[in-house]
Design a protein around this ligand. Structure first.
Ligand SMILES: C[S@@+](CC[C@H](N)C(=O)[O-])C[C@H]1O[C@@H](n2cnc3c(N)ncnc32)[C@H](O)[C@@H]1O
Length: 426
């Protein structure tokens, strides 16, 4: 009886659930691609901020707006120092003792309860129910300034133009003499929603966003999937918001970086809800990162279908997918041409000089990795070493072959708020 009770208790905690990164909110793509890619783009500015604070004997204060279940905390705290050596094992830019406080705010109480359950034991973390649609709420304005005003995963797409300008202007007024601010919106030109590219660009456009991807394919049409409006954004629209917020607040906002997140792995690539020609890429890319799981690499190939009237976007996607396809095909050829007995390639295709530099680097690295570990007879090196490396190499292509204009699931901006007139330590 006691045993049965104990096992039942264990099962209901969820701790007995089979661990898999192939599905769900925290799938492999979210952890090893989306969070990491965001962190890699954030890394230079975050490291500079940490160094400046340390020099002034100060610690970091972070505000996470639309924090949901608090996942921004791990994303930020996992960002690495600039160049961690191979030997080091503590590599975070913000070690726990460098953090003074993290405040997460959201309107959704269920998500805040999850956040409290996940992080409630950390005395430096607080989660508050607040509505940001009318700017920074009084409770936040009454707090000491934050060093990083953070949003992620499309949170700003919940707001209209006017609401966003008001919120960004409030952030500027509240910020110290120098601070970082990140904004994240859904990208207007993602291949996932190619059917929506025709929406007029001279006015705000909110898509009807369905979270259909949380259901398995066979259930999607049978359940009533809830939807809500989310604004699609391109670079020019963000620039206009930043300009207006500068004028309103009297502060300078310097864009440090715009980046497209999830061109190749957006969640709606799986559903075809807004583009019937979408390739279901997230599943095989999740599989690349999954230990002891081999992937059908052919399923990573994209047969891009252009949309008439959008030459500049078609040109970008054509080149981008031809590059990812080239890397995948190259890897397939290397795997089929490797001889484990002689530890050499019977057949290795040429890396052509006119390929883009990131593609050439990715191909060279694939060859060196496969040549380096292909002979190893234990530990399934194809599933556990080679395929994850292909995943990281495709991610590298997404990072380095992108324009930062709204061609991914999200368009993110990293900005520095500068109040020149205030005399403060450098
Ligand atoms: C796409 S989710 C991102 C959640 C989280 N940052 C993450 O990393 O997964 C957007 C979040 O914005 C929150 N949100 C929407 N409108 C809001 C508002 N007016 N004020 C505060 N939060 C809001 C939602 O509740 C949701 O948690």
């Amino acid at each position: 009886m006691a045993e049965e009770k104990a096992y039942t208790q264990a099962a209901t905690t969820g701790k007995y659930d089979k661990a898999s990164g192939l599905l769900g909110k925290y799938d492999n793509v979210r952890r090893f691609w989306e969070d990491q890619l965001t962190g890699l783009f954030l890394r230079p500015a975050l490291n500079d901020l940490v160094q400046r604070k340390l020099k002034n004997l100060e610690r970091l204060r972070i505000l996470d707006m639309g924090c949901g279940s608090g996942d921004g905390y791990d994303l930020i705290m996992d960002v690495n120092t600039k160049d961690p050596g191979l030997y080091e094992y503590i590599t975070q830019a913000i070690t726990p003792e460098r953090l003074q406080s993290y405040v997460g705010v959201d309107v959704n109480q269920e998500l805040l309860d999850q956040a409290a359950a996940n992080y409630g034991n950390n005395p430096k973390m607080q989660f508050w129910r607040e509505d940001l649609s009318a700017g920074l709420p009084e409770r936040l304005k009454a707090q000491d300034p934050f060093d990083l005003y953070f949003t992620s995963y499309g949170t700003f797409s919940h707001f209209t133009q006017e609401q966003t300008i008001e919120l960004v202007a409030d952030i500027c007024r509240h910020a110290p003499h120098r601070a970082l601010f990140t904004g994240d919106w859904l990208g207007r030109w993602s291949y996932e929603w190619q059917d929506l590219w025709d929406a007029p660009v001279d006015s705000e456009y909110f898509m009807d966003y369905r979270i259909s991807y949380i259901y398995p394919k066979e259930e999607r049409d049978k359940v009533e999937v809830a939807s809500f409006p989310l604004r699609l954004m391109c670079r020019e629209e963000i620039d206009a918001i930043i300009k207006a917020a500068e004028i309103k607040s009297g502060c300078r906002i310097r864009p440090l970086k715009y980046f497209d997140r999830s061109i190749l792995v957006g969640r709606h690539l799986e559903t075809c809800d807004y583009n019937a020609n979408c390739p279901a890429l997230r599943t095989p890319i999740n599989s690349l990162f999954e230990s002891y799981t081999r992937t059908d690499l052919e399923s990573l190939l994209v047969d891009y279908v252009p949309r008439p009237g959008f030459d500049h976007l078609n040109n970008f996607f054509e080149k981008f997918f031809m590059s990812t396809n080239a890397l995948v095909k190259y890897t397939i050829r290397l795997l089929s041409g490797y001889n484990a007995e002689t530890e050499s390639f019977l057949d290795a295709p040429d890396i052509l000089p006119f390929y883009a530099e990131p593609l050439k680097e990715a191909m060279h690295s694939m060859k060196r990795v496969i040549g380096g570990v292909g002979w190893l007879p234990w530990g399934d090196v194809r599933a556990n070493v080679i395929e994850p490396h292909l995943g990281y190499s495709l991610r590298k292509l997404e990072m380095e072959l992108q324009p930062g204009i709204g061609v991914g699931h999200s368009l993110s901006g990293i900005f520095e708020i500068i109040k020149e007139d205030e005399k403060s330590p450098a």
